[in-house]
Design a protein around this ligand. Sequence first.
Ligand code: ADP
Length: 500
Amino acid sequence: MGIAVSPSIHSAAASFISKRGQILINNKWQDAASGKTFQTFNPATGEVLATLAEGDKEDINRAVAAARKAFDTGAWRKMTASERGRIIWKFADLLEQHTEEFATLEALDNGKPISVARVADVPLAVDLLRYMAGWTTKIEGNTIPISVPYAPGAKFLAYTQKEPVGVVGQIIPWNFPLLMAAWKLGPALAAGCCIVLKPAEQTPLSALRLGELAIEAGLPEGVLNIVTGFGETAGAPLAAHPDVDKVAFTGSTEVGKLILQAAAGNLKKVTLELGGKSPNVVYADSDLGKAIPGAASAIFFNQGQCCCAGSRLFVEKSVFDKVVDGVAEHASKIKVGPGLDPDTQMGPLVSDEQFSRVCSYLESGRTEGAKAVVGGKRKGDKGYFVEPTVLVNTKPNMKVVQEEIFGPVVTAIPFDDPSDLISQANDTMYGLAAGIWTKDISKAHRTADQLKAGTVWINCYNIFDAAMPFGGYKQSGWGREMGHDAVDLYTEKKAVCTML
Ligand code: ADP
């Protein structure tokens, strides 16, 4: 197995990467049924990082059969809610104990700065699991005072109970490999579901290590199965599988639509967390000392590879130049480098494919007449690094304004008239998130009310919490991640009616 990691990296992470990655079914690690493997690459160098089992339809069938058996007859179902909660809590504790190892895996596999993975990705995943552990004992139904007009005089006891939806397929992306796994696993486990998880082919390492910790935490056989492989050959059969009751997907809107079509066969439940082109609005009366760095971090965090990135920066005309100059200055000072370098603030993009996509958007912006105030091209000549970029002189119909770039590229757009601002801000097929910067609280909340977005941040951006639902309006998705909404989406509600 080829590993291009320096000997100075965290030893547990290095030894994990040096093993060939396998598929997890029934708490047993195994090669793909076909025996095939694939490789992942270190995005800072483009060199081979790890070799993994390439699961396909047969492995998905085996994993779904294991999850089905565990759901219908297994120990998870028979456990008390409190016992399930304790296992999920222990899972969180184990993850926390391995923070450095996971931060290293994320930095190597995805490219993100280790300093960020350490304080954001890993602790957020731990906190999410703990939050969800608490829900196991609080998934309640209601008693309902029914009247039944055609049964005069009759007495009834009617109540609802929430039951786990069953076997769930979970397909996750590469931008926050560990955190996306936690967002998916936490509520499904809390609700009592059994899972087949398909990590992104670019970044499967942390999910596999998480699988080891899940066994150590005491998850019974078949509750969590993990199949590594590609979207078309492992993800698609999972989304289409007739014995899967629900599919939960995070990724591109384009693939989200394919998931929906695949799910139609058995009308499995579907939740989707998809793309975005989020407006971030800076009013002239905002505290620019906070709005400017806030706008920079809204787009540049995670190399711009966030579905909720503040990629359209709307700035009130009177402060436009000042804000653009300020954001550009921040961009020019960002330390771009390999994720493992402790000083790195922005890493490479995740893959060669993503790098080419972002570069082609930069090219399209140039061709269509946008101007880069800062950045605008690749950085260096090795790895998938792109300069943090601020584009101006854009037009509403340009590709760089309409389409999700998923890289460190923001389009800054001046506005005059507040009603025109709202229509421009909402002029996108997406509706995942939005930001507003102002000291006027009435204006802030009026604007929040009018923006079509699942999350609106006021005088902040990229604030996430396990208790706060996250998801999209319009083509940014169906359903919500995190919060009690996410748990609900892994349950079915049964009404029970008794004539007394
Ligand atoms: P991106 O385009 O940013 O790489 P994708 O939406 O393609 O994001 O990928 C997100 C996840 O969806 C990955 O785990 C990927 O393997 C999976 N995937 C891609 N295509 C399909 C598909 N046709 N069916 C199911 N899963 C897919």
